[in-house]
Design a protein around this ligand. Structure first.
Ligand code: NAD
Ligand code: LMR
Length: 344
């Protein structure tokens, strides 16, 4: 299939109250997208009054399967779906895109680390960064899901010099949500009462889920989080959750990843509530001793539809060592992709 053969399904029921947003999803025939696309089409990300034009990008061998997914979206008769395009043409896919979920990539199998996918997946993000730079709308917002997500986002960002760096993010909201859920169970508290979690660093086994600023109903949490439990149970459980899912389910996480991608883009566009923050991986400006340019998990609030890194948090010795270890891994991934010729 090429650009001239893009399959477009115009839907005539969309309301015209708001200008539609054009949303590109790569890997549209895959498992995460099968969960993600229906949530996007339902208005969960851009709001109940905003129609969406969906662009489904796939490799040629999976275009027919993506067309099947598009048929199912049609069959939901969702009023916010303005159109659905299916294509394997990367330039057409990002033409005028306001938002992009870069999901299309190979998942790891049992016994692999996410960084083992760099060679297989890195070139995809070079190509998509270039296409975003040339064709996307000025307000493009990118969430990279395909692994290794941070370094893939770094590659894409490096090939899109005309797009503000902060528009390229990688998905660490899944790690954030995993941390919140583990803490809620430990404390016997509803997730909604907890705030102040951050997952520093890389979406990898070195990530540092940090509870130093945790609050429950606005008050610091002072019991139930003993250092031994944190170091020996909580941190490895959250950091190893992707591998645990693969080992138990036999496949990598999909619905939870899609849910986290929805959370990340929704709060980016619609704002984070009050003074709450979340974890977003984005090109660092050196905050908290991290390395500029490297796509790093940091505490962020969304203000005016842009991510702002929360400043001024105190960092103790235990935190410093954990953050530095994960950032060092990101630097080694950055150097590896440079060695592979994927960046300058
Ligand atoms: P999947 O194998 O079910 O689907 C991947 C899809 O991507 C396939 O349909 C494939 O044809 C497509 N694809 C491959 N190359 C492409 C390209 N160049 N352009 C467009 N599409 C392309 O995999 P999945 O379970 O949906 O996972 C996708 C990725 O997301 C994997 O890399 C996985 O490791 C990663 N992931 C990340 C997180 C996270 O939190 N960051 C969580 C879960 C999974
Ligand atoms: C996850 O964290 O579930 C994903 O990144 C998939 C994986 O490889 O662990």
């Amino acid at each position: 299939m090429n650009t001239s053969q893009v399959t477009t399904t115009p839907i005539t029921t969309a309301p015209v109250t708001t200008t539609p947003v054009t949303v590109t999803v790569s890997g549209a025939a895959g498992r995460i997208s099968y969960s993600l696309l229906f949530r996007l089409a339902s208005g969960l990300v851009f709001g109940p009054d905003t129609p969406v034009r969906l662009r489904l990008l796939e490799i040629p061998a999976a275009v027919v399967s993506a067309e099947g997914v598009a048929m199912e979206i049609d069959d939901c008769a969702l009023p916010l779906v303005a159109s659905i395009d299916v294509t394997d043409d990367v330039d057409a896919a990002f033409d005028g895109a306001n938002a992009a979920f870069l999901v299309g990539a190979k998942p790891r199998g049992k016994g692999m680390e996410r960084a083992d996918l760099l060679t297989a997946n890195g070139a995809i993000f070079r190509e998509q960064g270039r296409a975003i730079n040339s064709h996307a709308a000025d307000d493009i917002r990118v969430v990279v899901v395909g692994n290794p997500a941070n370094t893939n986002a770094y590659i894409a960002h490096r090939h899109a010099p005309d797009v503000p760096a902060g528009r390229f993010t990688a998905l660490m909201r899944l790690d954030h949500n995993r941390a919140l859920s583990q803490l809620a169970t430990r404390l016997g508290a509803p997730v909604a009462e907890l705030d102040g979690v951050v997952v520093w660093g890389n979406h990898s086994a070195t990530q540092f889920p940090d509870v130093s600023y945790l609050t429950r109903r606005g008050e610091p949490v002072t019991s139930g989080l003993e250092q031994e439990w944190l170091a020996e149970s909580f941190i490895p459980r959250v950091a190893g959750r992707g591998a645990e899912i693969i080992s138990v389910r036999g496949l990598s996480s999909a619905a939870s990843a899609a849910g986290a991608a929805v959370d990340q883009m929704r709060e980016w566009v619609q704002g984070t509530p009050g003074e709450s923050w979340t974890t977003v991986a984005l090109p660092s400006e050196g905050q908290y001793g991290t390395v500029p340019g490297v796509v790093t998990g940091l505490p962020c609030r969304s203000r005016g539809a842009e991510w702002e890194v929360v400043e001024g948090l105190e960092i103790g010795g235990f935190q410093r060592a954990r953050i530095d270890a994960s950032v060092a891994e990101l630097v080694s991934e950055r150097d590896a992709v440079q060695g592979l010729g994927l960046t300058d």
